[in-house]
Design a protein around this ligand. Structure first.
Ligand SMILES: [Mg+2]
Length: 372
């Protein structure tokens, strides 16, 4: 079954409230959707989001990379998995967001061809999960109100965005902890906002004030592996790598030098499902666990991340797949269900996507396969 054409489109979905971290403020989810269509009419959907502040990938760059990959993939048999993955990962350098979108569409097709949901195709069993939700970086009163609202909506785990002056950040954690009570798990994400010494002092202060948190995510600059290690050696609070861990190679380097306790896997950082599975396997090798996270992505790619996580359920134990919940009505028909803290995977073959409303299709590529 050959690939007949590939379509690339964009979609914009307003967020219910602006998303704010130490790196950026966003009020719109910008999705880039890819549709891979076979000669028999089977359709695989993929998706990514331009998250320039983290991945360096901008909208037009992603579209260009998808066009280059499309030119190489049209006419290829979807059964030739190794070849297609090689095309995706070796035709262009970096461009992990584009690679992820294309991989997701292929995995959707591969699972559909087997007649099973993607998580089953990948060897998973669990089809429902609880995700935490992010509390954006704002004045403390706003964060407390957002945290209380999230708890009222059934969330048992909150990821608190920090990364401004540590003294003010301590006040944020203290106020939220007091408001939500001890039953609610708190994770802290400083998005590279602090120095290693500031982080160690911050974590010591938390302990002194008996503020219990589950982990600290990416407190220092992404390239500062030694800084992460410095923190890990001086704190009992687990250190989670996010921006430092893009590729399987990054994950191995961090774990081999014992710089972090856990890895946050995101499809847009690593380049798709195959790489995410590889990172989970590396974590297992090092007897550690992972979080599955997402950028501000829509229900297709976040759903794909949940299918991947199901396939590595022993290792991927922390879920931070809240982006579709931060939006208003989903334009995706079919696929995973996102409601409050619950995610249910579709039982239909592949990702189970029926259609996506409101996509502006920029480019339909149905040229003859380019001779390379
Ligand atoms: Mg993070």
């Amino acid at each position: 079954m050959k690939i007949r054409n590939i379509e690339i489109g964009t979609i914009e979905i307003p967020l219910l409230t602006p998303f704010r971290t130490a790196l950026r403020t966003v009020d719109l989810l910008e999705g880039i959707i890819v549709r891979v269509v076979t000669e028999s009419g089977m359709v695989g959907y993929g998706e990514t989001a331009p998250t320039e502040a983290i991945t360096g990938d901008r909208k037009h760059g992603i579209i260009t990379a998808l066009e280059i990959l499309s030119d190489c993939m049209i006419g290829e048999s979807i059964g030739n998995q190794e070849r297609l993955l090689t095309i995706i990962h070796q035709t262009v350098e970096k461009n992990f967001s584009a690679k992820s979108a294309m991989e997701i569409a292929l995995y959707d097709l591969w699972a559909q061809a087997e007649g099973v949901p993607l998580y089953r195709y990948l060897g998973g069993e669990a089809d429902r999960f609880h995700t935490g939700i992010t509390i954006s970086l704002n004045p403390v009163e706003t964060m407390v109100a957002d945290a209380l609202k999230a708890v009222k909506n059934g969330f048992e785990s909150l990821k608190i965005k920090l990364g401004e002056a540590p003294a003010e950040d301590i006040g944020r954690v203290e106020a939220i902890a007091a408001a939500v009570g001890k039953q609610i798990g708190l994770k802290l994400d400083a998005n590279q906002g602090w120095s290693p010494k500031e982080t160690v002092a911050f974590l010591a202060e938390l302990e002194q004030r008996e503020l219990r948190v589950q982990l600290i995510e990416q407190p220092v600059r992404r390239a500062d592996f030694e800084g992460l290690k410095y923190i890990k050696e001086r704190s009992t609070i687990p250190v989670l790598a996010d921006e430092s861990a893009f590729s399987p190679e990054d994950a191995r380097a961090l774990l081999a030098r014992q710089a972090v306790d856990m890895i946050n896997i995101k499809l847009d950082k690593c380049g798709g499902i195959s790489k995410a599975l590889e990172i989970a396997d590396i974590c297992r090798e090092y007897d550690t666990v992972c979080m599955i996270g997402c950028m501000l992505e829509g229900a297709i790619s976040v759903g794909a991340a949940a299918h991947m996580a199901s396939a590595r359920a022993e290792t991927v134990i922390l879920y931070d797949l809240d982006a579709p919940i931060l939006c208003g009505d989903s334009p995706v028909r079919g696929g995973a269900y996102f409601g409050g803290a619950e995610i249910h995977l579709s039982e239909k073959p592949g990702l189970g996507i029926e259609c996506v409303d409101g996509v502006e299709w920029h480019r339909k590529i149905s040229t003859k396969k380019r001779v390379r």
